[in-house]
Ligand binder design. Sequence first.
Ligand code: TXA
Ligand code: MG
Length: 338
Amino acid sequence: METLLLTEKDINKAAEIIKSGGLVAMPTETVYGLAADALNGKAVEKIFKAKGRPMDNPLIVHIAALEQIKALVTDFPEKAQALAKAFWPGPLTMVLPRSDIIPPEVSAGLDTVAVRYPVHPLAQALIMASKTPIAAPSANTSGKPSPTTAEHVMKDLSGKIDAVLDGGSCDVGLESTVITLCTDVPRLLRPGGITLSQLESVIGRVDVDEAVLNRLAEGKKAASPGMKYKHYSPAARVVMIKGASDNYTCFVNAHKADNMAALCFDEDIKRLEVPYISLGARDDYRAQAHNLFDALREADKVGYGLVLAHAPDTKGVGLAVYNRLIRAAGFEVKTLEN
Ligand code: TXA
Ligand code: MG
């Protein structure tokens, strides 16, 4: 199939594709999503095929007006309403008890559904014009870094989906924060653009699922099925290096080799003697989030075999950057002593 490249003026064409059960990659403020009619199980099934995604990994349902949530969930508790008021539309996904209209392909057999109200005008326009909530995972081949430009989507999915709606580069650059309201204490399942302290400032205590920072223990059931899969991986071997800037740069220079690069912060650059890609300033977590997936894809483009990545802080949005990078590294971490 030929994949059409559409722009803002083609919204109605994109909506026709969704209504007739096809797939359109759409921009959101986080990453590009691979959109299908969330209430059409057959259309949703195509998403899994195009991405090569395991069928037991549920999808997020996107809405473009708060009233749309009523048909999707059986309970919209006070804490969820407070979070919606504070952060919707925006990069926050809430897991809630699902209603019967959610097809099994979307919820992957769980009795919950993840719902998000994106702020990106093109995502909102597509949902509105399609007159249905839209199921959309990140629009990458399963296991690869999520796409933050239409070009990234084309690289992975050209020929496998009906169209890509080009909305330029995504603002946040990492996927939404996922929180479940189905546990006694709300639980952060995936960190993102809305930080833990922002969530806690609205609803009080939020627990952090252990899979956010650690590899899921063998045989343990994932609270969020996506967390058990290999993720965000470029072709290169990525190792995450923990340590101060001079220790990190010293280590990297000592391991100088053909075909290797540093994935670093601006402060590291002056001491590096190897090719590098910088994520931005050490304390600019939003810039790091914005740049990470593009940097991992850039490493593939150049064809590096080994990427030594300087570990980010886990403060604020840094927690989300750390969470993605440690998965890109397959949890291969080296800690340098002072
Ligand atoms: O920013 C985003 O969230 C993007 C854009 C397109 O909206 N979407 C996205 O979708 O990142 P995806 O499928 O790549 O990641 C969704 C994550 C997965 O880890 C999945 O396991 C989890 O959310 N998830 C979905 N439904 C869930 C549920 N009912 N319970 C627990 N986790 C769920
Ligand atoms: Mg994804």
